[in-house]
Design a protein around this ligand. Structure first.
Ligand code: PGA
Length: 256
């Protein structure tokens, strides 16, 4: 795993935006996996400013709440279109966000996996991380081989996400999420984590054991995973000096 530590979320998001921009310039029909939550907002703002050509890009979002109408402001459909997709020249038919209102959830999840495969697989998956180590909404004890499916949220995640709702009781209990096996098939992973409340999950993910109790730790098995952190999220890592040295002494051809 490559660990990139920056002074603040702004600088970290700038680096993440450069990784995405580099991919799109090299592969104009790239397939991107996208995340929601407060963490990737600056990344999306920067990508809008970059004025890239999104006309041939395909996107797949990680997850969606079950039971929220797509028009509700808390739905991830609203989040993605409001914060990003309406501001770029992406073709609507190329945007895929799980539908939290479908009747037959297993059938929808199977088709979502098929659509990812038919698009040629995900080139770059953007991820956040939960305070409990979840990626997508794969909560602790999720199978590390899981595929897109329905998942119940832990109380901790519902509490963390309550700030987007009027109160915690309104946070749905269930979501549709890409599985950990699905995420691991992306060719590159770009995980962003900011703030001191993420520092425990980040340290366990980078320097702890691989365990389903901390789902993000599976990224240790991914051949091309980057974590872009601000200082606060990196605060509990032990080998910070080494990670900084590696990043600052990259050969020119590896720099973005
Ligand atoms: P956040 O969520 O970006 O709102 O902190 C991250 C996550 O739950 O994956």
């Amino acid at each position: 795993m490559e660990i990139i530590i920056q002074a603040n979320p702004e600088a970290a998001s700038g680096i993440a935006a450069r990784f995405v921009a580099r991919l799109l310039r090299a592969k104009p029909d790239a397939v991107l996996g996208l995340a929601t939550g407060s963490t990737p907002l600056r990344l999306y703002r920067k990508l809008v400013q970059e004025k890239l050509d999104w006309s041939r890009v395909t996107t797949f979002n990680l997850d969606e709440y079950v039971g929220l109408e797509p028009g509700r402001p808390q739905s991830y459909h609203s989040f993605m279109w409001g914060n990003f997709l309406h501001h770029i020249n992406i073709a609507k038919k190329n945007v895929h966000i799980p539908d939290g209102q479908v009747q037959d959830i297993p059938d929808f999840c199977r088709r979502y996996e098929e659509q990812i495969r038919a698009a040629g697989g995900i080139d770059l998956q953007v991820l956040g991380i939960g305070t409990d180590g979840h990626i997508g909404f794969n909560e602790p004890a999720s199978s590390l081989a899981s595929r897109t499916r329905i998942k119940p949220l832990t109380n901790r995640t519902r509490r963390d996400n309550a700030l987007f709702f009027e109160n915690e009781s309104q946070v749905p209990h269930h979501v549709i999420t890409m599985g950990i096996g699905t995420i691991m098939e992306a060719r590159e992973i770009l995980l962003l984590a900011f703030g001191k409340n993420k520092s425990g999950a980040v340290a366990r993910t980078v320097e702890g054991p691989i365990t389903a109790m901390n789902p993000a730790s599976v990224l240790q098995m991914h051949p091309a995973a980057k974590m872009v952190l601000d200082k606060a999220a990196a605060a509990k890592l032990k080998k910070t000096a080494y990670y900084r040295w590696v990043y600052e002494n990259k050969p020119d051809w590896q720099k973005v």
